[in-house]
Design a protein around this ligand. Structure first.
Ligand code: SF4
Length: 370
């Protein structure tokens, strides 16, 4: 494995401008960044990440502009993996996710199989509390660090609170309960925390308001309520498709950092038949891994856990340390999954971690497997 070292105190911009000590000098015009400049850009980003500094928007965009099939992308990935080793203590974890309700959702997000308009759900169903507790018990005993209750936008909030309390009573352990649900305010955020949840998964999605029927302000209000509460925020850049620009990706990522995300990363869109994205292309594994690597460098110590979804070996070698094992109602599938989605189970996750040189971490210091 290569090792990147020797960062220089320079910042290279996409237009060829070099910034040193706050003074900008225009050395090239309308020319692509040279190999040498990319090396320095990557090394400077790595240095900043390790020093606890956030990466600025321009640098994030410049890193995203690297050709994902180039040797520079490999260099970027290696730098991101080196940062991951430091900020995670070289530990990787599983985010287990349970789709609670397999139901038509009137919000009709263009990328989601639950959209009522797409007519993909033939028979609505819902997991019982007993089933959910059984699944969580199994995931926790297998070492899941987080267990996520994923519900559609209109799952009853009081029911969710009751479910969290029942899970806490029934399943002991150091795992964290994550909630992925609809919009809520400050008071509801406090109720979630009091019931026993630690984390909320919530994002401003790419092209929110265009590919979704949400007002971006409403999504941001919920992010604000999470920030003002004892709850932690998990926030991926999602759902990434081939049409999204580097600027859009950077802005969505930075929004998560603005609201204090402690877990970031990137989720690639799965173009589902029957949805408006049917037949559209899907990100290549290397491009997905590149975006993940950039989030690793840009988040540094601020969001020490970086997730890739769907799982990718390349992304794990390029700095991701979290993968998702999910079951039940999955918005990236046209059916209700009885087993783990795409066969990606806890054993496979552990194999990915081992392959990428991580130790497995369940959240319990005494159970970290080297
Ligand atoms: S992403 Fe959420 S809000 Fe949008 S259609 Fe799917 S379940 Fe409903």
């Amino acid at each position: 494995m290569w090792c990147l070292s020797g960062p220089e105190d320079k910042r290279y911009r996409k237009d060829g401008e070099v910034s040193m000590s706050g003074v900008s000098v225009d050395v090239r015009e309308e020319r692509p960044i040279s190999e040498f400049s990319y090396t320095n850009l990557i090394l400077a980003a790595k240095e900043k990440a390790l020093n606890g500094e956030k990466l600025d928007r321009e640098s994030i965009i410049a890193l995203l502009e690297i050709d994902s099939d180039s040797i520079n992308a490999d260099m970027l990935g290696i730098a991101a993996r080196e940062v991951a080793e430091v900020v995670t203590g070289n530990m990787a974890s599983v985010w287990a996710s349970i789709g609670v309700d397999y139901k038509n959702c009137a919000m009709n997000c263009d990328f989601c199989s639950f959209g009522k308009k797409w007519g993909l759900i033939e028979q609505e169903s819902e997991r019982s509390t007993e089933e959910i507790i059984g699944l969580i018990d199994r995931f926790v005993s297998q070492g899941a660090r987080w267990v996520t209750l994923r519900t559609t936008q209109f799952y009853g909030f009081d029911r969710l609170i009751r479910l969290i309390k029942e899970i806490r009573l029934a399943v002991p352990g150091n795992y964290e309960i994550v909630v992925n649900t609809g919009e809520f305010d400050d008071e509801k955020a406090r109720r979630l925390a009091n019931a026993g949840a630690q984390v909320v998964y919530h994002t401003l999605r790419l092209r929110e308001g265009k590919d979704t029927r949400f007002r971006p302000e409403d999504r941001i209000d919920t992010l604000r309520s999470v920030r003002e509460s004892p709850l932690n925020l998990a926030y991926l850049v999602e759902p990434v498709g081939m049409e999204h620009s580097n600027e859009e990706i950077a802005d969505i990522f930075l929004k998560g950092m603005e609201y204090g995300a402690i877990l970031s990363g990137a989720m690639a869109r799965v173009p589902l038949p029957g949805t408006p994205f049917s037949g559209s292309g899907q990100l290549s594994e290397r491009r997905h891994a590149q975006i993940v690597a950039v989030t690793r460098l840009a988040a540094g110590h601020h969001a020490p856990d970086i997730c890739v979804h769907p799982p990718s070996r390349v992304a794990m070698e390029w700095g991701a340390n979290v993968v998702v094992v999910e079951t039940g109602a999955v918005p990236r599938d046209t059916g209700n999954c009885e087993c783990e989605w795409n066969g990606f189970d806890m054993a496979t996750a552990r194999d990915y971690f081992k392959n990428a040189g991580y130790a497995f971490y369940s959240g319990d210091e005494n159970e970290c497997e080297k």
